[in-house]
Design a protein around this ligand. Structure first.
Ligand SMILES: [Cu+2]
Length: 212
């Protein structure tokens, strides 16, 4: 056998081993990053929800939003809805989606409930959570979520002020980063997603790997 043939034979052998191994191991093997910090908040039905309640059974995907966000938060939740819809029927009940609102002043349980219904997010297992400002700030800090209330007084209209009472309201919103956390059945953080992630090739296969 020439040196070249030997190398080619070795490569072919390695490739065969790689394919064989690839076929019988899960595609994704997410590392265990840390224990998910626990919290107790209130959901859209006014019930107390503790993150650790899901330990020992459910995979949790959690994002941080506010319902009056003009763009990003709604898009993010629509992505999570797609994830839920694409899971196999038998696995859906093992996934819990948690959306923590960092706008507790506006996002009361009633507002969260209404939002969930209007946006088509009122599916079993999806928890929309709120709490006191201190509680929310603590949870956000624990998960690396940064948000800040921005009140734009420039949009207060002097002309309309006398015509419509409501027009005196300044424009209110939040600047915030995007954090989506994936927690396994044992309450361990396995991945954190930021602004950009692929649904099909990343998040869905990550979640599926944890649901096995
Ligand atoms: Cu937003």
């Amino acid at each position: 056998m020439s040196a070249k043939t030997k190398i080619l034979t070795t490569l072919a052998l390695l490739l065969t081993i790689a394919i064989t191994l690839g076929a019988c191991t899960p595609k994704v093997q997410l590392p265990i990053l840390r224990e998910a910090p626990d919290f107790t908040l209130t959901n859209q039905d006014g019930l107390e929800v503790r993150l650790s309640d899901f330990r020992g059974g459910k995979v949790v995907v959690m994002d941080f939003i506010y319902t009056s966000c003009p763009d990003v938060c709604g898009m993010l939740n629509h992505k999570l809805k797609i994830v839920h819809d694409k899971l196999e029927e038998g696995r859906k009940q093992d996934l819990v989606i948690i959306s923590v609102s960092f706008d507790p002043v506006v996002d009361t349980p009633e507002v969260l409930k209404q939002y969930a219904i209007e946006e088509g997010f009122d599916i079993p297992g999806w928890q929309f959570l709120t709490g006191t400002e201190e509680q929310i700030r603590q949870v956000a800090d624990d998960y690396g979520v940064v948000y800040e209330l921005v009140v734009d007084h420039e949009h207060e209209s002097d002309e309309e002020e006398h015509e419509h009472e409501g027009s005196q309201e300044p424009v209110r919103g939040f600047t915030h980063n995007i954090v989506v956390v994936l927690i396994d059945r044992d309450g361990m953080v396995r991945k954190t997603y930021g602004q950009t992630f692929s649904l099909e090739t990343e998040m869905i296969s990550d979640i599926t790997s944890l649901l096995r």
